[in-house]
Ligand binder design. Structure first.
Ligand SMILES: Nc1ncnc2c1ncn2[C@@H]1O[C@H](COP(=O)(O)OP(=O)(O)OP(=O)(O)O)[C@@H](O)[C@H]1O
Ligand SMILES: [Mg+2]
Length: 217
């Protein structure tokens, strides 16, 4: 039987560089001949895609309660875990998730203030208690994420979606992530994402090599 695969998750505020760093990590791991899947939440399964649509296009605007939002994310995740993530890991393949259950802890628990005990219970149920092997939090001050967005070239008159970022909300998110890294130092690593793309990727490679010594030097 093949060895069970590895499950990595990338977390962090909006615009902290997750997509950028996941792309570099995928290219690196694939060049080492590993079979790696990338998953994105919500979505990734037929039911998950319907839930994604519901969450992104809530027809009555901001009407959804924090509880409903949490349960929809959990439902999408429950599908993804059982249909894609677990079967892949069992086959010895790797999975990289762009956000996972820690986003629920931090966004719905720390930032929106739902009771943490209940958030943790629903999270554990949704992921069948299979936590990621390694979670990398790209730690970037939300105001810096917004500055990066403002520096980006864009068509005249067009706003960047990060321009209106609610900084107070995202400060709570960033603090929630930092306290998670303190509570679970084995699984969760904070990566300083304030440097260049290359500098941040070098920090990620260092953590990955430390956690999985068989990766190329
Ligand atoms: N180290 C960096 N320095 C400057 N700009 C960066 C850096 N890393 C990424 N960027 C730019 O910042 C923007 C946000 O990066 P990216 O889309 O990777 O973040 P994200 O965390 O995936 O965002 P989202 O949460 O919105 O999905 C992009 O325009 C990207 O090119
Ligand atoms: Mg992204």
């Amino acid at each position: 039987m093949t060895a069970p695969g590895k499950f990595l998750t990338f977390e962090g505020c909006e615009g902290c560089g997750k997509s950028t760093q996941i792309a570099s990590t995928l290219a690196w791991l694939r060049s080492a001949k590993l079979l790696v899947h990338e998953v994105r939440e919500p979505g990734g399964t037929p039911v998950g895609e319907i839930i994604r649509h519901l969450l992104k296009h809530d027809p009555v605007g901001q009407s959804m309660t924090a509880e409903t939002e949490l349960l929809l994310f959990a439902a999408s995740r429950a599908e993804l875990v059982r249909q894609l993530i677990h079967p892949s890991l069992t086959r010895g393949e790797w999975v990289i998730a762009d956000r996972f259950h820690d986003s629920t802890t931090v966004f719905q628990g720390n930032a929106r203030g739902l009771p943490m005990e209940e958030v943790n219970f629903i999270n554990g149920f949704a992921i069948a208690h299979r936590e990621p092997d390694l979670t990398l939090i790209l730690d970037l001050d939300p105001s810096e994420a917004r500055n990066r967005a403002l520096r980006r070239p864009r068509p005249a008159g067009q706003k960047d979606r990060l321009e209106d970022l609610d900084l107070g909300f995202y400060q709570k998110v960033a603090e929630g992530y930092r306290s998670l890294a303190q509570r679970e130092p084995q699984r969760v690593k904070l990566i300083d994402a304030s440097g260049t793309r290359e500098a941040t990727f070098a920090l990620i490679q260092k953590e990955l090599r430390h956690a999985f010594p068989s990766l190329p030097r």
